[in-house]
Design a protein around this ligand. Structure first.
Ligand code: AMP
Ligand code: ZN
Length: 113
């Protein structure tokens, strides 16, 4: 997708702090962290959110999440973490390319909404 900041990050056209990359996704540091560890899992394929997601994209996302689980320790998330994917205006999604926030590094807020 032209003009999609996360497509550009996934391709390397815009710099980011990439912690992991494979054929399906990148994991980068969020530029405006809301916890001591705040990462973004970004599938390389462009789609806006889970409503727009195809069956094949859902399977790829599941594979990415499984990989994330296997990397938790090396990402500094031994004590646990929270994953969140915002959708639409009530969800306060600001980038219309599906991404999963990964938050951790300290005890997170008990409030989610
Ligand atoms: P959301 O509001 O759920 O769409 O999340 C978008 C996230 O992308 C926010 O947490 C931003 O801080 C983050 N973000 C925006 N631009 C960049 C960038 N160039 N590099 C890293 N993170 C970014
Ligand atoms: Zn995109």
């Amino acid at each position: 997708m032209e003009n999609c900041i996360f497509c550009k990050i996934a391709k390397g056209d815009i710099p980011s702090t990439k912690l992991y990359e494979d054929n399906d996704m990148v994991i980068i540091k969020d530029i405006n962290p809301q916890a001591p560890i705040h990462l973004l899992l970004i599938p390389k394929e462009h789609y806006a959110n889970i409503i727009d997601m195809s069956e094949a994209q859902a399977q790829t996302l599941a594979k990415c999440l499984k990989k994330l689980g296997s990397m938790a320790s090396e990402l500094g998330l031994d004590n646990g973490f929270r994953i969140v994917s915002n959708k639409g205006s009530d969800g306060r999604q600001s980038v219309d390319h599906l991404h999963v926030h990964i938050l951790g590094g300290h005890p997170l807020s008990e409030v989610m909404g």
